[in-house]
Design a protein around this ligand. Structure first.
Ligand SMILES: O=C(O)CCC(=O)C(=O)O
Ligand SMILES: [Fe+2]
Length: 355
């Protein structure tokens, strides 16, 4: 190879990575390029070796009935010990969920030119197609393409959602409305479980963002990750995963794989709620492992405070024995953190801790 050929190839490869993993797979990739290879200690172990975990299960129907006090107690334990739970009997119909999963898969199966229309490196863009975690900054890329859709208020955003597949806007509209209603009921229960009521800013008028994650089959899944360890900048995330496992959470200093339960949501506490609860409920670090035989789709509905609102520890949870632990924060702080190069070495939440 001539001396000049190297930088040229390097440039071509960089362009290829920026187009995403689906594009690379469509072009017949047979091994994981160096750009995606993690240092050994950060690599996942075989999914079959890492333990599986059955997260606490919360039955939404029981939450609405005479059993509410017992279910609230289980909810409180789950949010303190795991930061995660699985929500069953949530009332969102199979057709709404099935249509959403199907249309999202069809979005990613379109030719690159169609998906690329929504590509943007601007983290503020309300609709954005992209790859990796933060492709502007990631030194090691991850095996994931995504479509981000701002969803609330819907009339401000729905005309910006992809126009192809033709039924995408209708499916996202139905799904985001239903998940938003479900979020409000679950958040009311979470607030009640922590002994704080009348917090309408946490239930209404906030921000709703849909992250549709596509993890194509990966030829060497033991070398890379679909998503690196992170916690969500949200109050609460409602995650829908298809039947393919891959989500791992950190529990008792171990990575454990969450076993998908059909027709359920994985719900997790985000950074904003950990701050609001002054650390009582935990925003837990999680990551995604990929596999060599099956692509995987997940759809995270992230519910946060309105972008202009500060999140601050609730005065009702602060007293002499529970001193305030976090500084106030807002969405701009988070985006600054995300675009700073040191975000991997320090978690956003850590940067907000007072002591
Ligand atoms: O794909 C998953 O299971 C998790 C996705 C996730 O953590 C996220 O979108 O923040
Ligand atoms: Fe996440």
């Amino acid at each position: 190879m001539s001396l000049q050929a190297q930088p040229y190839n390097f440039h071509i490869q960089q362009q290829m990575y920026q187009k995403g993993v689906k594009h690379m797979c469509d072009n017949g990739v047979t091994h994981v390029p160096t750009k995606y290879i993690l240092p050994e200690p950060e690599r996942p172990r075989n999914l079959a070796i890492d333990g599986c975990i059955h997260l606490p299960v919360i039955d939404f129907t029981r939450l609405q009935g005479a059993d509410r006090p017992q279910v609230l107690a289980s909810l409180s334990r789950a949010c303190q010990e795991f930061g995660f739970f699985q929500l069953v009997n949530h009332g969102i119909g199979n057709e709404v969920i099935g249509k959403m999963i199907d249309v999202c898969k069809r979005f990613f199966e379109q030719p690159y030119e169609e998906r690329q229309r929504y590509m943007s490196s601007n983290l503020y863009a309300p609709v954005r197609y992209g790859t990796s975690f933060n492709q502007n900054n990631d030194s090691v890329f991850c095996w994931r393409d995504f479509l981000k859709l701002s969803c609330y208020p819907m009339q401000d955003f729905s005309s910006l959602w992809p126009s192809s597949p033709l039924d995408l806007r209708e499916a996202v509209g139905d799904y985001s409305t239903k998940t938003r209603d479900l979020y409000q009921s679950v958040m009311e229960a979470i607030l009640e479980s922590i002994g704080v009521t009348n917090e309408s800013a946490l239930c209404e008028d906030g921000n709703q963002l849909m992250m549709v994650n596509w993890y194509p089959e990966c030829p060497q899944p033991q070398l890379t990750l679909g998503l690196p360890p992170h916690s969500d900048y949200s109050l609460l995330t409602l995650l829908l995963q298809d039947e393919v496992e891959g989500l791992q959470i950190q529990h008792n200093a171990q990575w454990v794989t969450v076993k998908p339960i059909p027709n359920s949501f994985v719900v997790n506490i985000g950074d904003q709620f950990e701050i609001f609860s002054n650390g009582r409920y935990k925003s837990v670090v999680h990551r995604v492992a990929v596999n060599s035989t099956r692509s995987r789709l997940s759809i995270a509905s992230l519910h946060s405070l309105h972008v202009n609102n500060n999140v601050t520890p609730s005065a009702k949870l602060i007293d002499e024995s529970n001193p305030i632990l976090y500084r106030d924060t807002n969405f701009a702080d988070f985006l600054n953190h995300l675009s700073s190069s040191d975000f991997k070495s320090k978690r956003f939440l850590e940067s907000r801790k007072l002591h």
